[in-house]
Design a protein around this ligand. Structure first.
Ligand code: GLV
Ligand code: GLV
Length: 328
């Protein structure tokens, strides 16, 4: 007992409170910026467990210097900031917070789809800049979503929630592509599994919900966009590195695809002079998929619980690399 936990960012208070009331000694970084990796290493060296998130680089260098850590508890569903192979090799369990943000993130994907289809962000800017002069009978035309085909790349928990919203609201036909078929989802959503090329060719709205891995890195590139419909909308709420951004800009400029809604960009943060921000049929948000009081509160509790349970029972309720627990 009296283990020391380093908390790398300002997280919802409930996570810190949970750890403190379970008897942990907690150090919480209180600045608005992430620690540099050197700061993180120096701090982590003086702690037994790390509570961290996407903005912390937990690579081989960090892990080499901090191989003493008992557990790394990630506040996120994605963990591409962590070298899982190396953590596993060192026997360090990595916790994460799946499903806590599925509704929140699907809401952002759904919202970006609607906003893009009706050019809402661009129209809002017309008001701000004083360019709105009168109702125009034949301008500012968007497109409707009812009855269209939704393609999901990565039909997991978040993709399911997006598909449910699109089916319920717009009676959209759902097709998807995954590494492995999701037959439960096929039944529940009447979704059809298709090859990647068919997903690209048939989707009116293509929504990305995969994890970032070596296989998915920049998979949405020039060659992929070229296979999509000129009337299609690309929605990315997963990781920006899943799309190639210059290729996306080119596809939009050339009319290869019609629009894009992004909650994640490549790189992040997106700079204010990015040409995507000037386009009518593009909506961009600053990675707020999980940013609801409900989701962030639940994530903080889950990430705390992963640490507490590990020290209590050597069991981590939500773990990325369960194989390391066999030898604990
Ligand atoms: C947020 O991007 C997450 O992975 O939870
Ligand atoms: C996230 O929870 C996913 O698996 O889609």
């Amino acid at each position: 007992a009296n283990k020391r936990v380093l908390i790398s960012r300002i997280f919802p208070e409930v996570g810190v409170e949970r750890l403190q009331s379970a008897g942990f000694t907690v150090t919480a970084w209180d600045q608005d910026r992430p620690m540099t990796q050197d700061e993180l290493i120096e701090q982590a060296k003086q702690h037994d467990a790390l509570f961290c998130t996407l903005s912390d680089k937990i690579d081989a260098k960090f892990l080499g210097e901090c191989s003493h850590l008992d557990i790394i508890s990630q506040f996120a569903v994605g963990y591409d900031n962590i070298d899982i192979v190396e953590a596993t090799r060192l026997g360090i369990p990595v916790g994460f917070t799946p499903d806590a943000m599925s509704n929140a993130t699907a809401d952002i994907a759904f919202g970006l789809m609607i906003a893009t289809s009706r050019k809402m962000f661009f129209m809002h800017k017309q008001i701000l800049s004083g360019s709105w002069t009168s109702f125009k009978p034949n301008a500012n035309l968007g497109m409707e979503l009812t009855g269209k085909t939704l393609g999901i790349y990565g039909l997991g928990r978040i993709g399911m929630e997006m598909a449910k919203r699109c089916k319920g609201a717009y009676n959209m036909k759902v097709i998807y592509h995954n590494r492995t078929r999701n037959e439960a989802a096929e039944k529940q959503l009447d979704a059809a599994y298709v090859a990647f090329a068919e997903l690209l060719a048939q989707s009116d709205v293509l929504s990305i919900h995969c994890a970032l891995t070596a296989d998915t890195r920049e998979i949405f590139n020039k060659a992929a966009f070229a296979q999509m419909k000129p009337t299609s909308i690309f929605i990315n709420t997963s990781r920006g590195l899943v799309h190639n951004e210059p290729d996306l800009i080119e596809a939009l400029n050339a009319g290869t695809i019609w629009g894009a809604g992004l909650d994640v960009t490549n790189p992040e943060p997106m700079q204010p002079d990015n040409p995507l921000l000037q386009m009518e049929n593009v909506s961009v948000l600053p990675h707020i998929g999980s940013a609801t009081m409900e989701a962030r509160g639940k994530m903080a509790q889950m990430a705390a619980e992963n640490i507490i349970e590990f020290y209590r029972s050597k069991h981590v309720p939500h773990i990325v690399n369960p194989e390391v627990l066999k030898n604990k």
